[in-house]
Design a protein around this ligand. Structure first.
Ligand code: TRP
Length: 431
């Protein structure tokens, strides 16, 4: 069996916090120990430039994140651990993919829409005010990150699912236009990631300014834990563990029996001060070993740099041959290039007929998804209609009329859409 490739990137614009650790870093490091998977983890420093124009902060964050993963035990022989900007192939692929991306697809990206919505709400006539082309094209760079390594599984937060769908869409278009060189990636979302609360009880996130940096000093950690919001219940009054941020954070790190002991203490009315003290002591003990490794690495950044360079070499050994194929497929070729002779092409074909069928099936699936994405408003219309069969029939009739009225190429496109609609709406249509 061929190994599946897992790939994820971390934007280098912040300091790793406990939410990142529990939600993303630790699960990724655990996955990298699974021999059935090939892991690619990288520092998305070009992505950092999209939202952060403070060079010191980008540079500091890059150091901190680079050292954090190593301090937590990432094995750089097993996993490929690199920095995006060390892989020029990714940037080059970004352009080729840019030419395969419809502007309309980018118009629909959440990050871009959030900016235009904010401008609209503020009564700003220029909806694109403050939007850079970097923000607008962000999903294309991300698609290149993923497609450059033909990754299968992309562990991400919920907010990133749309970007993975877009990467599939872009890959499908390339495969269809040129050659089926790209695998269609899938997002993998761990629901639990969303549940790690920050100091104020909302999801721990840099944007809420409620984080606990993973490697704060003991003193800072104590101070931050003392800031965690509690209610006014007095010592001795029973407290509800499940609605307490203190208890939830404790549970994220503790094992089952430790959690039970703490739960009992809450029900028996532990004082908030004591609960904070216990949480602090517990976390401080858990984090002290990786924290000291982290502090050592931050004093030996030359070593960290070397690790990243080693990762870049491994990554480029994968990326360069695929990029060569991509360039050739798109017609960017040495002047002397000659296509492989027919005989060898035939031989190759025979050898991997099944493989080709699989790739074609995947490309078909990608096209179907792309079409589905466009048809979503129509399908939503049916889903929201009182009389679904009537709404479905009306939409099919409308699309059929459209197909009939069109010529050749446009007709084929509309026919493809009609096929997908017929599939999707089959339950409502009595055919
Ligand atoms: N955009 C992602 C984020 O903000 C980071 C990222 C960049 C990424 N490239 C990626 C994640 C490729 C997964 C795959 O979280």
């Amino acid at each position: 069996m061929t190994k599946k490739t897992v790939l994820t990137g971390i934007t280098t614009s912040g300091t790793p916090h406990i939410g990142n650790y529990l939600g993303a870093i630790q699960p990724a490091i655990d996955a990298s120990r699974n021999p059935a998977l090939d892991s690619y983890f990288f520092l998305a420093d070009y992505h950092a430039l999209i939202k952060c124009h403070d060079p010191e902060r980008v540079a500091r964050s890059t150091r901190e994140i680079a050292a954090t993963w190593l301090a937590l035990g990432l094995d750089t022989d097993t996993a490929t651990y690199y920095r995006q900007t060390d892989i020029p192939e990714i940037t080059e692929l970004t352009w080729i993919l840019t030419c395969m991306t419809s502007k309309g697809l980018m118009n629909r990206a959440h990050a871009y829409k959030a900016s235009t919505d904010a401008n609209r709400d503020a009564g700003n006539a220029d909806l694109d005010d403050g939007v850079t082309m970097g923000l607008f094209s962000y999903p294309i760079l991300m698609a290149a990150d993923i497609l450059m390594f033909n990754a299968d599984i992309i562990p991400v937060g919920k907010d990133q699912i749309q970007h993975i769908e877009m990467a599939r869409d872009i890959a499908g278009r390339f495969n269809h236009t040129y050659q089926p060189l790209f695998n269609l990636p899938e997002a993998q979302v761990d629901e639990q990631t969303q549940l790690i609360p920050g100091l104020d009880g909302r999801k721990m996130s840099k944007s809420y300014d409620n984080t606990i940096p993973l490697f704060s000093s003991s003193d800072e950690l104590r101070k931050l834990i003392n800031l965690i919001t509690t209610d006014l219940r007095a010592p001795g009054e029973p407290k509800d563990p499940d609605s307490s941020t203190l208890f939830q954070l404790y549970s994220c790190f503790a094992d089952r029996s430790e959690i039970e002991v703490m739960r009992r203490q809450f029900l028996e009315g532990i004082a908030w001060g004591d609960a904070k003290k216990q949480l602090f002591e517990f976390l401080d003990a858990k984090l002290s070993a990786p924290r000291s490794r982290y502090n050592e690495l931050m004093k030996d950044l030359g070593h960290v740099e070397q690790e990243l360079k080693k990762g870049a070499e491994k990554a480029r050994a994968k990326a360069a041959p695929l990029l060569d194929q991509v360039r050739i497929a798109a017609g960017i070729r040495p002047l002397t290039y000659e296509a492989p002779v027919a005989a060898s092409a035939v031989k190759k074909k025979e050898k991997s007929a099944q493989e080709l069928a699989e790739i074609a099936a995947r490309a078909d699936e990608g096209r179907r998804r792309a079409i589905l994405m466009q048809l979503k408003p129509l399908l939503d219309q049916v889903a929201g209609a009182e009389d679904k069969p009537a709404a479905a029939a009306a939409i099919i009739a409308q699309k059929t009329a459209e197909v009939d009225g069109l010529k050749k190429k446009a007709k084929q496109k509309a026919q493809n859409e009609l096929d997908v609609l017929n599939d999707e709406l089959a339950v409502f249509l009595n055919t």
